[in-house]
Write a protein of this length. Structure first.
Length: 213
Protein backbone atom coordinates (compact mmCIF):
# COMPACT_ATOMS: atom_id res chain seq x y z
CA UNK A 1 0.00 0.00 0.00
CA UNK A 2 1.40 3.41 -0.86
CA UNK A 3 0.57 7.10 -1.08
CA UNK A 4 0.35 9.15 -4.27
CA UNK A 5 1.52 12.75 -4.32
CA UNK A 6 0.19 15.57 -6.54
CA UNK A 7 1.39 15.39 -10.15
CA UNK A 8 3.82 18.31 -9.88
CA UNK A 9 5.43 16.77 -6.78
CA UNK A 10 5.79 13.38 -8.45
CA UNK A 11 7.36 15.09 -11.45
CA UNK A 12 10.05 16.56 -9.18
CA UNK A 13 10.70 13.17 -7.59
CA UNK A 14 10.94 11.46 -10.98
CA UNK A 15 13.44 14.08 -12.18
CA UNK A 16 15.63 13.22 -9.19
CA UNK A 17 15.31 9.50 -9.95
CA UNK A 18 16.22 10.06 -13.60
CA UNK A 19 19.31 11.97 -12.46
CA UNK A 20 20.29 9.07 -10.18
CA UNK A 21 19.95 6.72 -13.13
CA UNK A 22 21.84 8.88 -15.61
CA UNK A 23 24.61 10.13 -13.32
CA UNK A 24 25.11 7.10 -11.07
CA UNK A 25 23.76 4.23 -13.21
CA UNK A 26 21.21 3.23 -10.54
CA UNK A 27 18.72 1.18 -12.54
CA UNK A 28 16.48 0.68 -9.51
CA UNK A 29 15.61 4.39 -9.60
CA UNK A 30 13.32 3.74 -12.58
CA UNK A 31 12.05 0.28 -11.59
CA UNK A 32 8.89 1.48 -9.82
CA UNK A 33 6.39 4.32 -10.10
CA UNK A 34 6.93 7.34 -7.84
CA UNK A 35 5.62 6.21 -4.49
CA UNK A 36 5.54 6.75 -0.74
CA UNK A 37 5.47 3.13 0.46
CA UNK A 38 3.48 2.51 3.63
CA UNK A 39 3.38 -1.27 4.04
CA UNK A 40 3.82 -4.57 2.25
CA UNK A 41 0.91 -6.98 2.56
CA UNK A 42 0.45 -10.56 1.46
CA UNK A 43 -1.74 -11.18 -1.57
CA UNK A 44 -3.63 -13.66 0.60
CA UNK A 45 -5.22 -10.64 2.27
CA UNK A 46 -6.11 -8.71 -0.87
CA UNK A 47 -9.59 -9.27 -2.25
CA UNK A 48 -10.33 -10.24 -5.84
CA UNK A 49 -13.13 -7.65 -5.79
CA UNK A 50 -12.11 -4.11 -6.68
CA UNK A 51 -14.86 -2.55 -4.55
CA UNK A 52 -13.67 -4.38 -1.44
CA UNK A 53 -10.09 -3.29 -1.99
CA UNK A 54 -11.13 0.33 -2.45
CA UNK A 55 -13.20 0.14 0.73
CA UNK A 56 -10.24 -1.34 2.58
CA UNK A 57 -8.01 1.49 1.36
CA UNK A 58 -10.52 4.04 2.64
CA UNK A 59 -10.62 2.39 6.06
CA UNK A 60 -6.84 2.21 6.23
CA UNK A 61 -6.36 5.86 5.23
CA UNK A 62 -9.14 7.53 7.18
CA UNK A 63 -11.22 10.49 6.03
CA UNK A 64 -8.59 13.10 5.22
CA UNK A 65 -5.36 13.21 3.25
CA UNK A 66 -2.19 13.53 5.37
CA UNK A 67 -0.30 16.78 4.87
CA UNK A 68 3.41 16.11 4.37
CA UNK A 69 6.64 18.08 4.15
CA UNK A 70 9.96 16.96 2.72
CA UNK A 71 13.30 16.76 4.50
CA UNK A 72 16.69 15.38 3.50
CA UNK A 73 17.64 12.61 1.10
CA UNK A 74 18.82 9.82 3.39
CA UNK A 75 20.04 6.24 3.26
CA UNK A 76 18.29 3.41 5.05
CA UNK A 77 19.16 -0.27 4.68
CA UNK A 78 20.97 0.30 1.41
CA UNK A 79 18.21 2.43 -0.15
CA UNK A 80 17.77 6.15 -0.75
CA UNK A 81 14.66 7.95 0.46
CA UNK A 82 13.51 11.51 0.28
CA UNK A 83 12.39 11.85 3.89
CA UNK A 84 8.88 13.05 4.68
CA UNK A 85 7.38 14.38 7.90
CA UNK A 86 5.52 14.01 10.13
CA UNK A 87 6.98 10.52 10.59
CA UNK A 88 4.35 9.70 13.20
CA UNK A 89 1.61 10.08 10.59
CA UNK A 90 3.37 7.74 8.17
CA UNK A 91 3.86 5.20 10.95
CA UNK A 92 0.19 5.46 11.88
CA UNK A 93 -0.83 4.73 8.29
CA UNK A 94 1.67 1.87 8.17
CA UNK A 95 0.04 0.18 11.17
CA UNK A 96 -3.46 0.95 9.92
CA UNK A 97 -2.69 -0.64 6.56
CA UNK A 98 -1.32 -3.76 8.23
CA UNK A 99 -4.46 -4.07 10.32
CA UNK A 100 -6.85 -3.65 7.40
CA UNK A 101 -4.93 -5.86 4.97
CA UNK A 102 -3.86 -8.38 7.58
CA UNK A 103 -5.25 -11.03 9.84
CA UNK A 104 -6.67 -8.44 12.25
CA UNK A 105 -8.90 -7.00 9.53
CA UNK A 106 -10.30 -10.36 8.53
CA UNK A 107 -12.40 -10.47 11.67
CA UNK A 108 -14.66 -7.76 10.26
CA UNK A 109 -15.70 -6.99 6.69
CA UNK A 110 -12.16 -6.67 5.32
CA UNK A 111 -11.12 -8.54 2.15
CA UNK A 112 -11.08 -12.28 2.67
CA UNK A 113 -8.10 -14.39 1.61
CA UNK A 114 -8.68 -16.68 -1.35
CA UNK A 115 -6.72 -19.41 0.40
CA UNK A 116 -5.18 -20.08 3.77
CA UNK A 117 -1.96 -18.12 4.19
CA UNK A 118 1.24 -20.13 4.18
CA UNK A 119 2.98 -20.93 7.43
CA UNK A 120 6.58 -20.39 8.38
CA UNK A 121 8.74 -23.08 9.94
CA UNK A 122 7.59 -21.83 13.32
CA UNK A 123 3.95 -22.31 12.19
CA UNK A 124 3.15 -18.62 12.62
CA UNK A 125 0.89 -17.12 9.97
CA UNK A 126 2.52 -14.36 7.97
CA UNK A 127 0.43 -11.29 7.25
CA UNK A 128 3.08 -9.22 5.48
CA UNK A 129 4.67 -9.86 2.10
CA UNK A 130 8.46 -10.01 2.30
CA UNK A 131 9.66 -6.41 2.09
CA UNK A 132 12.09 -5.36 -0.61
CA UNK A 133 12.87 -2.05 1.10
CA UNK A 134 11.89 -0.06 4.21
CA UNK A 135 8.49 1.63 4.40
CA UNK A 136 6.78 4.62 6.05
CA UNK A 137 9.84 6.79 5.52
CA UNK A 138 9.17 8.97 2.48
CA UNK A 139 9.58 8.79 -1.29
CA UNK A 140 11.47 5.68 -2.34
CA UNK A 141 14.20 6.89 -4.70
CA UNK A 142 16.32 3.81 -5.41
CA UNK A 143 18.51 1.06 -4.06
CA UNK A 144 22.14 2.10 -3.78
CA UNK A 145 22.96 -1.21 -5.51
CA UNK A 146 26.04 -1.79 -3.40
CA UNK A 147 27.38 1.76 -3.70
CA UNK A 148 27.95 4.14 -0.81
CA UNK A 149 25.85 7.29 -0.74
CA UNK A 150 29.03 9.33 -0.38
CA UNK A 151 30.30 7.90 -3.69
CA UNK A 152 27.33 9.23 -5.68
CA UNK A 153 27.93 12.25 -7.92
CA UNK A 154 26.68 15.58 -6.63
CA UNK A 155 23.06 16.05 -7.68
CA UNK A 156 20.91 19.18 -7.50
CA UNK A 157 19.13 19.00 -4.15
CA UNK A 158 15.40 19.59 -4.62
CA UNK A 159 13.74 22.42 -2.76
CA UNK A 160 11.62 21.69 0.28
CA UNK A 161 8.06 20.62 -0.48
CA UNK A 162 4.78 20.80 1.42
CA UNK A 163 1.74 18.99 0.06
CA UNK A 164 -1.32 16.89 0.90
CA UNK A 165 -1.26 13.30 -0.34
CA UNK A 166 -3.36 12.97 -3.48
CA UNK A 167 -4.40 9.34 -3.19
CA UNK A 168 -3.68 5.88 -1.86
CA UNK A 169 -3.13 2.78 -3.94
CA UNK A 170 -2.36 -0.91 -3.93
CA UNK A 171 0.57 -2.04 -6.03
CA UNK A 172 1.35 -5.64 -6.87
CA UNK A 173 4.95 -6.37 -7.74
CA UNK A 174 7.46 -9.17 -7.53
CA UNK A 175 10.77 -10.18 -9.08
CA UNK A 176 10.08 -12.21 -12.20
CA UNK A 177 12.94 -14.64 -11.63
CA UNK A 178 11.46 -16.06 -8.42
CA UNK A 179 8.65 -15.44 -5.97
CA UNK A 180 9.65 -14.14 -2.58
CA UNK A 181 8.64 -16.54 0.14
CA UNK A 182 6.72 -14.96 3.02
CA UNK A 183 9.08 -14.13 5.84
CA UNK A 184 12.18 -14.40 3.66
CA UNK A 185 14.80 -11.76 4.28
CA UNK A 186 15.49 -9.04 1.73
CA UNK A 187 17.87 -10.32 -0.98
CA UNK A 188 18.84 -7.84 -3.65
CA UNK A 189 21.71 -9.92 -5.04
CA UNK A 190 20.20 -13.32 -5.79
CA UNK A 191 21.78 -15.68 -8.26
CA UNK A 192 19.30 -14.57 -10.91
CA UNK A 193 20.18 -10.92 -10.35
CA UNK A 194 18.80 -8.04 -8.28
CA UNK A 195 15.04 -7.53 -8.08
CA UNK A 196 15.04 -4.21 -9.95
CA UNK A 197 16.37 -5.79 -13.15
CA UNK A 198 13.46 -8.19 -13.64
CA UNK A 199 10.48 -6.64 -11.92
CA UNK A 200 6.79 -7.04 -12.69
CA UNK A 201 4.40 -4.52 -11.19
CA UNK A 202 0.83 -3.36 -11.67
CA UNK A 203 -1.44 -0.95 -9.84
CA UNK A 204 -4.47 -2.82 -8.56
CA UNK A 205 -6.62 -0.07 -7.07
CA UNK A 206 -6.45 3.62 -6.25
CA UNK A 207 -8.64 5.99 -4.25
CA UNK A 208 -8.52 9.82 -4.09
CA UNK A 209 -7.98 11.47 -0.71
CA UNK A 210 -9.92 14.50 0.47
CA UNK A 211 -8.00 17.60 1.57
CA UNK A 212 -8.73 19.17 4.93
CA UNK A 213 -10.66 22.44 4.61
Amino acid sequence: MFLKAPTNIEKTVRELQVALYREAGLVSALALPVMIPLCFVSEHYVSKKATENRDALRRAMGKLAPFLRSGAVVEQEGCLFWDLEPREELQRLHHSGRQVFGREGLQSDAPRPAAKPPRTKSSKQVTEQAALFPVARGFFLCSLEGQAQSALPSLPFPKALRFPAKGAALLRFRPLEADLEPGKQRDTTSRQGPWWRSLFWEELERIPLRKAK
